[in-house]
Each structure stands twice: as C-alpha cells, then as structure tokens.
Write a protein that binds this ligand. Sequence first.
Ligand code: BCO
Length: 569
Amino acid sequence: VLWGIHMSCPGFHHAPQHLRCRSLSGAGTLRWNDYDRPEEFNFASDVLDHWTQMEKEGKRSPNPALWWVNDQGDEVKWSFREMTDLTCRAANVLTQTCGLQTGDRLALILPRVPEWWLVCVGCIRTGIIFMPGTTQMKAKDILYRLQVSGAKAIVTTDTLAPEVESVAPECPSLKTKLLVSDHSREGWLDFRSLVKSASPDHICIKSKTLDPMAIFFTSGTTGFPKMAKHNHGFALRSYFPACRKLLQLKMSDVFWCLSDTGWILAALGSLLEPWTAGSTVFAHHLPQFDPKVIIETFFKYPITQCLAAPSVYRMILQQNYTSLRFPTLEHCCTGGEALLPEEQEQWKRQTGVLLCQAYGQSETGISCGTLRGMKIKPGSMGKAIPPFDIQIIDDKGNIQPPNTEGNIGIRIKPTRPIGLFMYYEDNPEKTAEVECGDFYNTGDRATIDEEGYFWFLGRSDDVINASGYRIGPAEVENALAEHPAVAESAVVSSPDPVRGEVVKAFIVLNPEFSSRDPGELTKELQQHVKSVTAPYKYPRKVEFVSELPKTITGKIKRSELRKKEFGQK
Ligand code: BCO
C-alpha cells in the first residue's frame, strides 16, 4: 500500500528559514538566461522549493506536483510543499541513516513508484550522485554497474532484491541496501518507514553548477556501457528560456512522460522539465507496457502534454481505436529514435494534436527539437536548442554545408555548454574518442537544411537503436556466447514496422546443435538472453548462418550484415 494522498507532513508548518528559498524571483520570471553560467545551482533549492514557497503564498494553483496512479486504483497526489518535506526527509535518510556523503554514488533501480522522485531529489539536496537504471536489469548488469561505479548504496524493490543479493558479496564498496516495499527484508533498510520517521529539516547543499549530480549508463559499440556523468548544470539547462520553449509548460499543465525511470528522458520529462515550470508530473506505474492502458489513461485523466519514444505513439496508432480524440491533450513531443513523417501526420490526423520531434542522448539531454509553435517539417527533429551550438561535422570536426551528410556535433570549444555531460567517468580514452576538433561527436549521422532543421539518418557505428533503447551489439553477443549452442554471433540493427529497428542476431551454431529445430532453438536463445541481461536487448530476429563475413584480420563485418538488413549495397 502506498502512502495516501494526504500523507501528513509533521513539521512542515515550521519549515526552517532555508526552505524559504532564494531562487526564482517570481512565478514565471526567469532568473537565468540561455548562456548564463551561475556559480551555484541546485534544482531542489532553486526550483522545487521555489514552487513550495509559491504554494505557501497562494501564488500557485492547488494542482499537485506529483500525481501518481496505478492500475489497481491507487493514487498519490503530493503538493510541492509535500515534495519539499518528503525529499528533505529522504535527504536525511541518505545522509544520517545511511551515512552517505556528497560525491558518493547511489544506484537507483526503481520502477515508476513515488519513491523514485524522493530519492532523486534527496540525492540532489545532498550532492549524492544518483545513477538511474532500468528495472529490466539482471544480476550481471547490476554487478557491472555497482563495481564500475563503486556505488556505496542501492535503492530497489523486492523484485530485484534477490538479484542484488546474489552479486553484493562481489561489490566491496556497497554498504547500504535500501528497499522500497511494504515488507521488510533481512539485510535491507526499509526506505518507506525511514522516510516517515525522518526529520523534515534539512539544509540543502550549495552545489556548484559544475559539481556532479547524476550518472547515466550508455551503450557503445564495444565493451560495457559507459558512465556519462552530468553536473547540476544539466538541471539548470531545463530552466533556460530556449529550453522552456520546447514544451512551453505552464503551472496548469499535467505532463506525462512515459519513459522508464532508468533513462535520461525520464529525468528530464518526469522531473526536471515539468517541475521547472511548476507543472504537475503525471505518472502511471505501468509495470508492463500496454498501449490500451495508455489510451484509457489519456481519456481518464486531465493530461495536457505527453513525452514518449516514437514506438509508444506508433503502438497507440496501431490499436485501431474508433477515436483517439483525447479530451485534454494539447501537445505531444517525442525523442529517443527516428519517427517517420507519415507517423507524425497520422498522429495529428487521429488525435488532432501535434507531435513534435526532439533529439538527444544520455550524454546530451534534449539537444534539438521542434519547439512548440515553430514550423513543423515532418521527419525533421527540429533546430538546435541554445546554449548548444550544433553543426554537421566531418570526421575531423570541419563544419559541413547544408544538405551534406555528416556527424551531429555539439560545440565544446572554447566553452563546453551547460547541460552537456562532463565526461565518461574513469574513461579518458572514450571521452577523447568522442572529441572531434571543437565538437563533441554524437556518433549520429544527419543533415542540416538551410533553415537550420536537422534530419536524422542513423548511427555512424554499430550501436542499435531499438524502440528508443540504445543497445551495444557486444552486450547481446556476449550474452549469446554464454549459451552452449552458439559458436559465434554478430548482432546488428534490422528494420521493423512497430519498433523502428530491432536487434537481429546472425548465429553460427556449434555442430552438435545444427540438427535442432530452428524455431525452438530461436525461442530458447531469446529466452536465454532475456534471462542473463536486460530483456529489452534480446534479439527479436535470429538467423542461423554457416559463417559470418569477416575482414582478413578476422574482425566480423557487422556493417555488411546491417546494410543487407536495410537493403543497402
Ligand atoms: O516483446 P516481448 O514481450 O517478447 O518482451 C519484452 C517484455 O515483455 C520483456 N520483459 C520486460 N521486463 C521483463 C521482461 N522479460 C523478463 N523479465 C522482465 N523483468 O522483455 C522485452 C522488453 O522489451 P521492451 O521494453 O521494448 O518491450 P515493450 O514492453 O513492448 O515496450 C515497448 C516500449 C515502446 C514501451 C519500450 O520499448 C520503450 O519504453 N521504449 C522507449 C525507450 C526510451 O524511453 N528511450 C529513451 C532513452 S533516453 C534518450 O534516448 C535520450 C533522449 C534525450
């Protein structure tokens, strides 16, 4: 049972002086501009507590800050006052009970439960670096993350607790395990009851804008995921006027971002963007994705804006509902993978609502987009959003003229813009690899037209983008290699009408498995991958081959296989 709508907040009425924040000068009035670089910024004290103050002064409507629902009819509505109170308590739990300090890392693997917001903001208040991860992760994924980051704490639920326990002995840095559950578990601290009994008095750290705030894991062509480290400037960027133009959120908006809590899109869409504008964050627990539930939710709740990956909109359109005219929906935004122009037009035709494209990565947040009110060019992901200066560059970092294919580059010299990741933690080689002249090379291919609109073309490397997930082929190949049937494999992207792209595995079998029924073996291998790594990575297509194309030095030519999938020469 979740905390009720009216969870009492003892002590709030005696809120200490520090909660009367020093931040925004008034509702809707901006304190910082697109190119400002304030010395200090903290999302909790500068933004969230500001709205708390507005609420107290009667300058904000009584809409909740967080409106959470699930499919069992439970509902949580927390005001900004309650958010301040509860996140201060969470901050005290993390520092006082768990002994965590500024700069320590905390792995945050929670589904869409209200505590996700408490932990995120609790970390921001204390300077603990939070590392969101998807609940689809398996023990091996968790082990890697805990080890490589040296995380001192993990917060998760009953479902993943056994996976964490199975790897915890191999993680010497891990001192604290926090459980979000209605039950207690040996060896775990009970987050809910600790928050209830914690003090709501907490003094937010005065974080420097360039101090680290969060780490997002991101997949590459080779090896394990890299740690893209972001500072508090990542949250400040949501505050900049240019960024606010993307959605033009107002206090009265009810904003629903459907991204899993493990991705940067959720940090932006379920936390930073809506709360910066004083809007309501809407969340549906959605343990299993079901487009019908999404549609019903749009009909049932007064959601005004939505942010989701293209696959989500695509799957809604494919439901063949008689009407998709949602009563309160005014605007939709999408990002994370490519969206076809006809899908964008179909959404407008069927819902009456515009669907605007944005583009970004775990390294960049939302970098460009079709801002609300801007001319839409179907199929384009819009224009660069300041302070990012985005250009199409060649492999040496030279700016390319309009309508010429190249890499999407974000200028980092002479000044690295606020909002761009700092570097890949503990990985100077990979950090250097993506620096190209004066630019950060995203590895995404695109063109820019004369009006500054970007047109996405694909990846420059072997990374797969399946329904908005960035998947490293080596991660899937390594999982397949653990199965006795697999002699070797090559994993590439393959087109798909629903998911845009899916993972396809070309597999050479060990001789003793060559007589097995291919259909059955495919299912077994898919199940195997789902059981050893996060299931979203599993190969939805499998082809058994007698050999893989290789260079003379024996390197598998994935690009050759990929081109074949996309019908290219
Ligand atoms: O399709 P199958 O049923 O065979 O398999 C699915 C799930 O059923 C299964 N699964 C999920 N959890 C599991 C599990 N199996 C075992 N144990 C579990 N715990 O595994 C497969 C997972 O694939 P999926 O997540 O793609 O499946 P689903 O449910 O169809 O979801 C569809 C989408 C569209 C909702 C989902 O693909 C999605 O959320 N995509 C968007 C990802 C996203 O938000 N990307 C943004 C990244 S941030 C970024 O790009 C930067 C932008 C600024």
